[in-house]
Design a protein around this ligand. Structure first.
Ligand code: ATP
Ligand code: MG
Length: 262
């Protein structure tokens, strides 16, 4: 027997003026899985995350979480349910020390209820909890990285900080919008085990990525968007073997190259 989906996106359409960013997109996200989303620039990947998390209102269609509609709810209500997201265009508080970026999410109702990532109830000193979360995802406490001014941190740490903001809420779902982009191969190599650990800890993830080889290592299932529509979904092998994906999107040689290294 299969478990009911954690998240159900049903016939979601989003238009911006004359632009159809999403056209009747439907898919399920199952508890515990990592679902990859790939597709060319402008194909609607970020828009689907914005629709799920309430950052934009759907034009039509519904989004269900644990069987209940969350369509049209504001972002803070959706985050309060444990559905969190990272931003493709990061907007941390650059002038603050890194750990202070976590103080605001740690003051949210959900963080107070749950105790935050790995927390056990009361939050106590939020600065300490923030530093603990950062250390847990790779900010070296001994070299004072959590205390460094955010603007001085390399992209690898900024991407981790995006994840840390989610973790502060003890998330059930994290929607990662290009968490690997802008990272070096070694930075990605150190990020992959982190994603795998989140999954082992019970977090369900959607990962939007252009870095296909790295995505295919962690994703249980992949969905392809094209011109605001879901072109297909399947395993990485199934997706890359599909003629429409190979020819229209990558070119067959590029597709073979990706799969050789996946
Ligand atoms: N706030 C907005 N106002 C107007 N048009 C928008 C807005 N957000 C997205 N769009 C348009 O919707 C379409 C889908 O954009 P979206 O950002 O979802 O693409 P994407 O797949 O995430 O692309 P990328 O890979 O470049 O991040 C594009 O044509 C984009 O210009
Ligand atoms: Mg995008």
């Amino acid at each position: 027997m299969t478990a009911p989906p954690l998240l159900e996106v049903r016939e979601v359409t989003k238009t911006f003026g004359g632009v159809i960013a999403l056209n009747r997109v439907s898919f399920d996200l199952h508890e515990g899985e990592i679902l990859g989303i790939i597709g060319p620039n402008g194909s609607g990947k970020t828009t689907v995350v914005n629709c799920i998390t309430g950052f934009v209102k759907v034009s039509s269609g519904t989004v269900l979480y644990r069987g209940k509609s969350i369509t049209g709810k504001p972002p803070h209500k959706i985050a309060d349910l444990g559905i969190t997201r990272t931003f493709q265009i990061m907007r941390p508080y650059y002038s603050l020390p890194a750990y202070k970026n976590l103080v605001i999410p740690l003051f949210s109702g959900r963080a107070r209820r749950t105790g935050g990532w790995r927390g056990g109830g009361r939050l106590g000193d939020r600065h300490t909890v923030g530093i603990d979360i950062l250390e847990d995802i790779g900010f070296e406490r001994d070299s004072y990285v959590p205390y460094k001014t955010t603007a001085t941190l390399p992209t690898g740490y900024l991407k981790r900080l995006e994840l840390a903001r989610c973790l502060a809420l003890k998330p059930e779902v994290i929607l990662c919008d290009e968490i690997f982009s802008g990272l070096s191969m070694s930075e990605i190599a150190s990020m992959v085990p982190l994603i795998e650990r989140l999954q082992m800890d019970g977090v369900t993830l959607i990962m939007i990525e252009h870095r296909l080889r790295e995505l295919f290592r962690v994703a249980d299932r992949v969905m392809v968007f094209n011109f605001g529509e879901k072109l297909l979904e399947g395993t990485a092998d199934e997706v890359m073997a599909d003629e429409r994906v190979r020819d229209a999107y990558f070119g067959s040689e590029a597709a073979d190259e990706v799969m050789r290294h996946a």
